[in-house]
Ligand binder design. Structure first.
Ligand code: H79
Length: 602
């Protein structure tokens, strides 16, 4: 429902990929084994450096004395700068402090295994020596060097993989290409196919031929990137066997990787390779006055969070027009590197956590090993909820002697005795060596000490294609509820049955109010032990129902708690509560944050 504009392009890319074509459709067919081999280094790497570097580093967020809002590399578009004026930046671009080996060392010392750099961003300026367009750093600037060739050589020397970002669809310089929003200068008008054939295709050919690329990173396809046009670009990928591409080519090509931008998807993308790209402040391209740096704590915890969901972290730096990575970035990357030096084994080559949620942090795993990333160090014991495997050893990853930490089986999983002091304030890693494949009993929602059952959005099972859980764990709610056939349900366990007040916490803007819904409760009949059908048999005995009408709360983010009614549950055991719309007169149901069952009369 409430959808920040920034996500719209990514959403388009995701819908496009639903068409089912993949970039490898244009390549010789590949077996699963071949694909796993091709992806192996990338899956092991888990951490890479994104570099946004181009002419936009010269104005660095300011044009004609005015600070231009939003992301720095968009300044030409946001500031509606005429092509002829922006072009003049090339004469001022002389990054004499650029040192490819230094950049690669900064990445390497941070623990990053690959670099993806902008070879041409939306401003159309090529950062490599291109024969296809003179608008490039070698031909159009006093620098007269090819920094991407230098970077490729440095990566080779230092053992990092290299990828190029290439803006294939938006190009605000070459006539005929796309501009999100609309063209603001007649010089941009022309034929898209002419742009594609004379600029994008030849340049992609150049970069795939002349540079030892491991990754090609497309961006921001618009409707102009039809499947026929995208297929022409996809056909070039065979120039570089083993190449990995992302899901942003357009035209229905899903590529190899999903690319959530500036967020960590709640559950990752099971069955897909994926990579969160993220800025370290609020811009990709350098802005002189953006000092809103993420803390080292945030960066390290993001890395652990992403690895725990099976993804890679592509963390951005925006070098200056002189060719220097801002000191604030260098310092933070060095700090992440110090953590990675100790804790790298808990990140590289790991796969997603077997736990749905952990109250104190995250987990990653390798065959026979669980890495527990403890963000909130508990006093005494660390409870590992639901772990069924036998634990054969437990120790701190920071402890080179691997002194054994005592482990006991607790009522609900394993309990590890911890030293009083956390070895790392940000993320201390406890290693559990286990027998067999990690096996975790899924936790089921249950009553707290006061007998209250809390059913939060993040724990709901969502039925349907439109509704989804949005927001972070602090403010998650079920939104995008625009199809009245969609519904949500929660499974929970009761130990103290009785009469409960049912309370709903929701938000709805005035223009969409008036939907009606039913809340039903049913007891679950557990299948006989040993049988594990996909769906449990649900016996509605006696089914209980409450109905409600969604009133306006004043906005999609103004949450209000209302009591819907009371219900009596006579039996303990497993129950399912469902929320199903019955009427949706004005386009949307509600944003639903949680449902609470409170023992009545308390
Ligand atoms: O290269 C980085 C961004 O420049 C690019 N992708 C990452 C990796 C990107 N392009 N578009 N977007 C990200 C999101 C679109 C944002 C927009 Fe806007 C919202 C375009 C117009 C409105 C941001 C806000 C840019 C101008 C105003």
């Amino acid at each position: 429902m409430h959808k920040p504009l920034i996500s719209s392009i990514i959403v388009v890319a995701l819908f496009a990929s639903a068409a089912g074509l993949t970039a490898s459709d244009a390549l010789p067919q590949e077996t699963k084994q071949e694909r796993d081999q091709r992806m192996a280094w990338w899956r092991d790497a888990r951490f890479g450096m994104f570099i946004h570097w181009g002419l936009y580093a010269v104005p660095a967020g300011t044009w004609q004395g005015k600070q231009i809002p939003s992301i720095g590399e968009w300044i030409m578009n946001t500031g509606k700068i005429p092509v002829a004026d922006y072009e003049k930046l090339a004469a001022q671009f002389n990054p004499v402090k650029f040192n490819a080996d230094q950049w690669v060392s900064i990445a390497k010392r941070a623990g990053m295994k690959y670099i993806v750099i902008t070879s041409k961003h939306h401003d159309g300026f090529a950062m490599f020596h291109s024969k296809a367009s003179p608008y490039n750093i070698y031909d159009a600037t006093p620098f007269q060097r090819d920094p991407l060739a230098e970077l490729a050589a440095a990566c080779k020397r230092q053992g990092l993989r290299l990828g190029f970002y290439y803006s294939q669809c938006q190009d605000w310089h070459h006539p005929g290409a796309e501009a999100i929003g609309e063209h603001w200068d007649k010089a941009q008008d022309g034929s898209f196919d002419h742009y594609l054939d004379t600029v994008a295709i030849p340049q992609v050919q150049e970069i795939l031929t002349n540079y030892p690329l491991s990754v090609l990173w497309w961006d921001t396809p618009t409707g102009a990137m039809t499947s026929e046009r995208a297929a022409k670009l996809a056909a070039l990928l065979k120039l570089r066997p083993g190449l990995i591409t992302n899901d942003r080519l357009g035209g229905g090509f899903s590529g190899d990787t999903n690319t959530p931008e500036q967020f960590v998807p709640a559950t990752g993308y099971p069955g897909r390779d994926w990579e969160t790209c993220m800025t370290m402040n609020d811009t990709w391209g350098f802005k002189s006055y953006d000092h809103n740096w993420k803390s080292t704590e945030t960066l390290i915890r993001n890395l652990a969070d992403i690895a725990s969901k099976g993804g890679n972290y592509l963390l951005n730096v925006g070098p200056t027009s002189l060719g220097e990575i801002p000191p604030a970035s260098v310092e933070r990357l060095a700090a992440v590197g110090r953590w990675m030096n100790v804790n790298g084994p808990s990140i590289y080559g790991t796969s997603a956590s077997p736990f749905k949620k952990l109250p104190w942090g995250r987990a990653t795993q390798k065959p026979g090993k669980l890495y527990l990333h403890v963000f909130a160090w508990p006093a005494g014991e660390l409870l590992v909820p639901g772990l069924k495997n036998r634990v054969t050893a437990a120790y701190l990853l920071a402890d080179v002697t691997k002194s054994a930490l005592p482990v006991r089986a607790s009522e609900n999983g394993a309990a590890v005795k911890l030293p009083a002091q956390a070895p790392d304030k940000i993320d201390s890693v406890v290693v559990l060596e286990i027998e067999g494949k990690a096996d975790v009993e899924p936790e089921i929602l249950s009553q707290n000490k006061a007998g209250v059952v809390e059913l939060p959005a993040g724990e709901a099972t969502l039925h349907g294609d439109s509704l989804r859980c949005q927001g972070d764990s602090a403010g998650e709610n079920i939104g995008f509820w625009t199809n009245p056939k969609d519904w949500a349900s929660w499974e929970f366990k009761l130990e103290s049955p009785g009469t409960f007040d049912v309370q709903l916490t929701f938000a709805c803007e005035p223009g969409s109010a008036g939907s009606e819904f039913d809340v039903t409760l049913a007891q679950e009949q557990m299948p006989a032990k040993g049988l594990r059908p996909r769906k449990r048999m649900v016996v509605t005995q006696p089914a209980q129902k409450l109905s409600g009408k969604v009133e306006s709360t004043g906005g999609w983010e103004k949450f209000v708690a209302v009591k819907l009614g009371t219900i009596t549950i006579t039996q303990n055991g497993r129950h399912v509560l469902s929320v199903k719309p019955t009427k949706m007169p004005r386009g949307a149901v509600m944003n639903l944050k949680s449902i609470t069952l409170k023992p009545a009369g308390q």
